[in-house]
Design a protein. Structure first.
Ligand code: ATP
Length: 261
């Protein structure tokens, strides 16, 4: 059984079919990338998997169970965490505080326990702290842990955004354009983080990314989309050389799209 199964999913916005009968599955332990020109349907697919949108047809299963009956706030509890292209952190809070918020799904205490600050709550708090400190160490965020997000460089905020998602200890991590706005060196660092997230943390990764160098360096499999439809699924090289993919990118080359290398 695959960890994530997207089966014949369709979503329309008025007259636009943003995702058109798309199927793919992500195996436990792999890095799976969604690529394609602007407007291909990548973000919409991501928003479907994180339950921001309801498909008009098809099913999405996580660990064998349909997630379509789940509310968006229940998704993290299942073990799916995501980052956002536009970074969604609390600017007026520290790195540590932002990561602790990410632990919200693990809070199991009841109100009386919280008020009385029972040994159970103390133990839970310690556990949250430990999980967060692990992520801080893992992502080399130690120098920034007490710093406010608002004052941090963009590249560091991008890493904190990844840390916030990792702090919930997900089984599946959705990365929405992890390299967008980053320098070549910072993108190289992101490649190392993704590699380590997979090999050291054992977390499965589904990402949307335009930077084909990053995609080729970290992905086990890639799916290319255009106009809401799947063009090809395979290794980065297979997908980049696929005639339909080349055609789709040539069609947008005039719009300064990053052409597949
Ligand atoms: N909320 C929305 N309302 C109406 N149309 C939408 C909405 N979101 C996306 N679309 C349309 O659906 C199609 C797919 O868009 P989507 O954002 O999923 O593409 P994308 O591959 O993520 O593009 P990009 O690389 O630019 O982020 C596009 O035609 C887009 O205009």
């Amino acid at each position: 059984m695959s960890l994530l199964e997207v089966e014949n999913v369709t979503l329309k916005f008025g007259g636009v079919t943003a995702v058109n009968d798309v199927s793919f599955s992500v195996e436990e332990g792999e890095v799976f990338a969604l690529v394609g020109p602007n407007g291909a349907g990548k973000s919409t697919l991501f928003n479907l998997v994180s339950r921001f949108y309801d498909p008009v047809a098809g099913d999405i299963r996580f660990a064998g169970e349909s997630i379509l009956k789940k509310a968006p706030h229940e998704i993290a509890g299942l073990g799916i965490a995501r980052t956002f292209q536009n970074i969604e952190l609390f600017d007026q809070a520290t790195v540590l505080q932002n990561l602790l918020v990410g632990r919200h799904r693990h809070r199991r205490g009841n109100v009386f326990n919280e008020i009385l600050f029972t040994p159970f709550v103390r133990k839970e708090e310690r556990r949250h702290r430990e999980a967060v400190e692990k992520v801080i160490d893992f992502l080399d965020l130690q120098p920034y842990r007490e710093k406010y997000i608002a004052g941090l460089p963009y590249g560091v905020r991008k890493v904190v955004e990844m840390g916030r998602a990792l702090a919930i200890e997900p089984r599946l991590l959705l990365l929405d354009e992890p390299a967008s706005g980053l320098s070549v060196e910072e993108t190289q660092d992101v490649a190392f983080w993704i590699e380590d997230i997979k090999t050291q943390m054992g977390i499965t990764v589904l990402m949307v990314e335009h930077d084909m160098h990053l995609v080729a360096s970290v992905s086990d499999r890639v799916m290319a989309l255009a106009d809401g439809k799947t063009l090809a699924i395979g290794s980065a090289q297979e997908v980049q050389n696929h005639p339909k993919v080349i055609e789709a990118y040539i069609g947008v080359a005039d719009e300064n799209e990053r052409v597949v290398a």
